[in-house]
Design a protein around this ligand. Structure first.
Ligand SMILES: [Fe+2]
Length: 273
């Protein structure tokens, strides 16, 4: 018999979501990120997800999908994502090339900016600032967000992007956060149906609340950064993912899980990536 899992005690009508982030896939099968085979690491995460045999409504892939130039990384990642039991909605990170994101509109993978599911809407924003590691939500993105919230006042909203809108207590990482996070949060304050913001980029677990809004960052499917460190430092924790239960009354229940082992080849003393 299957053991109890995270979603088992959620009420009827709950949406079951998976967040995966920052897989940093390379075009070549030979390249490694600080010693890690990122394709293999993503496959391990998907295997771990599938152990629980959850009937998922959606997967959210929150950026840094491909680490280098070339189309091959995008076609490789979408093949790997076919292993997930739900549609995968993808948004770009600072390592991605916007023009290549369309390659992810294929099979199980999608680049929709808005998904309506049950009592919820999921809004996927592009926070990438060209040639910068930091992020910014341009007027077009903020207007899209505002219009989506106005158009569906009866739906709870989960907002997804790559960059973190609040400091996480790590100086090097906070210097490359969303530059107009305060503007985003001021906008969301006006829409109480906005229930949560999730992001990638920080390669670590983060959770806080602000005026009833869940603020959630998730570990990467490959390498992790050490929480609380003001300088770049690799954390030896294994790759992970986040479950999100979106309840019909607007509550969000969430937890992070990790694969059993970190890659033995991880270069822990590295000064950057
Ligand atoms: Fe990343």
């Amino acid at each position: 018999m299957r053991p109890d899992t995270f979603f088992d005690h959620a009420p009827a009508g709950t949406l079951r979501l998976l967040q995966i982030t920052d897989p940093h896939i390379f075009s070549s099968t030979h390249d490694r990120l600080l010693g890690v085979d990122t394709r293999d690491s993503l496959r391990q995460v998907i295997e771990r997800v599938n152990i629980e045999k959850q009937p998922l409504d959606a997967t959210l892939l929150t950026g840094d999908i491909v680490h280098d130039e070339g189309n091959e990384g995008y076609t490789a990642v979408r093949d790997i994502l076919e292993g997930l039991p739900s549609p995968v909605y993808c948004l770009p990170g600072n390592h991605d090339e916007r023009t290549k994101m369309a390659l992810l509109d294929h099979g199980n993978s999608h680049t929709d900016k808005q998904v309506l599911l049950g009592d919820w809407q999921i809004i996927l924003l592009d926070s990438v600032l060209e040639n910068e590691e930091a992020g910014f939500l341009a007027d077009d993105e903020l207007n899209f967000l505002r219009q989506a919230l106005e158009a569906h006042p009866d739906r709870h909203a989960l907002i997804c992007m790559h960059h973190h809108p609040v400091p996480i207590g790590s100086a090097w990482m906070d210097s490359i956060r969303l530059r107009n996070g305060d503007e985003l949060l001021a906008l969301l304050d006006r829409y109480p149906r906005a229930r949560g913001v999730i992001w990638g980029h920080i390669h670590q677990e983060y959770e806080s609340r602000r005026n009833g809004l869940h603020l959630l960052g998730s570990p990467s499917t490959c390498i992790q950064f050490e929480p609380g460190n003001d300088d770049f430092a690799i954390d030896p924790q294994p790759p992970g993912f986040r479950w999100l239960a979106l309840l019909p009354d607007g509550e969000i229940r969430t937890t992070v899980l990790r694969v059993a082992n970190v890659a033995a080849t991880l270069e822990l003393g590295s000064g950057g990536y």
